[in-house]
Design a protein around this ligand. Structure first.
Ligand SMILES: [Zn+2]
Length: 405
């Protein structure tokens, strides 16, 4: 393979190259896993990696690996994801992937001679925005998600994960724990845009991660009686939208009762969803998070109890099903110290957002670097990184990877 380092490539310029992929008219990105947009990005990544002379392979869970050096156990691994939430920002995921590629350019320019191999990975379905389970690729890799359950997952259009993966060339029969691939990760470092205001408040461009807040998703199904909006008297109704609306209010109220807890209803779907139709059912999803997993459990118990009471008051029933759960994860302290020593003066931050690094941390030493986001906003088009910070992130990542290699 010919090694062609792109002279002068910077993170901000490379991000410009992909800025048009999957961007909607509102400026937000829609890059669900294996959509045309995400597949275009995966193809772009493979081309960029191969242009740098990296050897690219896609494993049986759809994770792309781009190797600097031959594939080996105990390699240094970095990377992130290319999928987005609906209406997401430009940096969540791609920043870590682009910074990894540019960091390799920087290390080559500096004449770094690695003593072991380095791989850049791209995880599929990190956001869980298509199949409902965040960090799906790393959960499959590590065995946290059973392949049978994964294959049966449905997207909003009723496509099974098995069919969607097959359509993108990933044989769904081979999904599942991959100890050989996992053994190749000696250490994992994920660089990511910060999704809160920590670095803005600290006036610093880059932080080292310490922990990832426990978080989970629960689906609430509120069932009532579908009926005619004109002929059904108000007192004769069992309207699940009215019950579900009250439940949304109680989700926020219940979370406020627990210090530092977060609970969100960001998805609310009345069925069948007609203007002149009393719905028969509402599906809504609660995302809940707290550093103390026992608090999250108590929060969900409180929400479920109140939801049952409110549903009954409106002649409806409610079912609460947990769709995913990730306990609070401490990132690797020794690796964190080693990384912090390579980024002098960087503050240490915990993350309120989930990441593949948090899933991998249970199996291999993993840590994170966060890059300042002046808006403090994420999962929104207003997510932002200054060009200078984006460019510096590759230099810092090169310092870290070069130091660990
Ligand atoms: Zn992300």
């Amino acid at each position: 393979l010919t090694v062609t380092t792109t002279a002068g490539a910077s993170v901000s310029r490379v991000l410009d190259d992909i800025a048009g992929i999957g961007r909607g008219s509102d400026g937000g990105y829609r890059r669900p896993v294996f959509s045309t947009a995400e597949r275009d990005l995966r193809g772009w990544f493979v081309a960029e990696a191969e242009r740098r002379g990296l050897d690219v392979e896609t494993d049986r869970n759809g994770i792309i690996w781009a190797w600097w050096g031959r594939p080996m156990d105990g390699a240094l691994v970095t990377g992130s994801h290319l999928d987005s939430v609906p209406g997401g920002g430009a940096f969540d995921g791609p920043l870590g992937v682009v910074a990894a590629l540019v960091a390799i350019d920087r290390m080559r320019e500096r004449g770094v001679v690695p003593s072991r191999s380095l791989a850049v990975v791209v995880f599929p379905e990190e956001e869980g925005s298509r199949f409902g389970i965040a960090c799906l690729g790393s959960r499959l890799l590590t065995g946290l998600l059973a392949p049978d359950a994964a294959r049966r997952l449905l997207d909003r259009d009723g496509n099974t994960l098995a069919d969607v993966f097959a359509g993108s060339g990933i044989d769904p029969r081979h999904l599942g724990p991959d100890p050989a691939a996992l053994a190749r990760i000696g250490q994992f470092v994920e660089l990511h845009v910060e999704q809160g205001r920590g670095l803005v408040d600290l006036d610093a461009p880059i932080a080292v991660g310490s922990s990832i807040l426990g978080h989970g998703r629960w689906k609430l199904t509120v069932t009532g009686q579908g009926n005619h909006a004109g002929t059904t008297l108000m007192h004769d109704r069992a309207d699940p939208v009215v019950a579900a609306a009250a439940i949304v209010g109680v989700v926020a109220e219940t979370a406020l009762a627990f210090d530092d807890a977060r609970a969100t209803v960001g998805r609310f779907e009345p069925h069948p969803g007609g203007t002149n139709v009393i719905a028969s059912r509402v599906d809504l999803w609660v995302d809940a998070r707290h550093e103390d997993d026992a608090v999250t459990a108590a929060l969900i118990d409180g929400i479920a109890t109140a939801a049952g009471r409110l549903a009954g008051r409106h002649g409806c029933t409610v079912e609460v099903v947990r769709e995913s759960w990730s306990p609070t994860v401490g990132l690797d302290p020794a690796l964190g110290r080693a990384v912090a020593a390579l980024v002098p003066g960087a503050p240490v931050l915990r993350s309120g957002a989930g990441h593949d690094a948090g899933i991998l941390a249970a199996s291999v030493p993993s840590t994170m670097l966060f890059v300042r986001n002046p808006s403090g906003i994420s999962h929104s088009p207003e997510e932002f990184v200054e060009r200078a910070d984006a460019d510096v992130s590759a230099d810092v990542l090169a310092d870290v990877l070069g130091g660990l290699l």
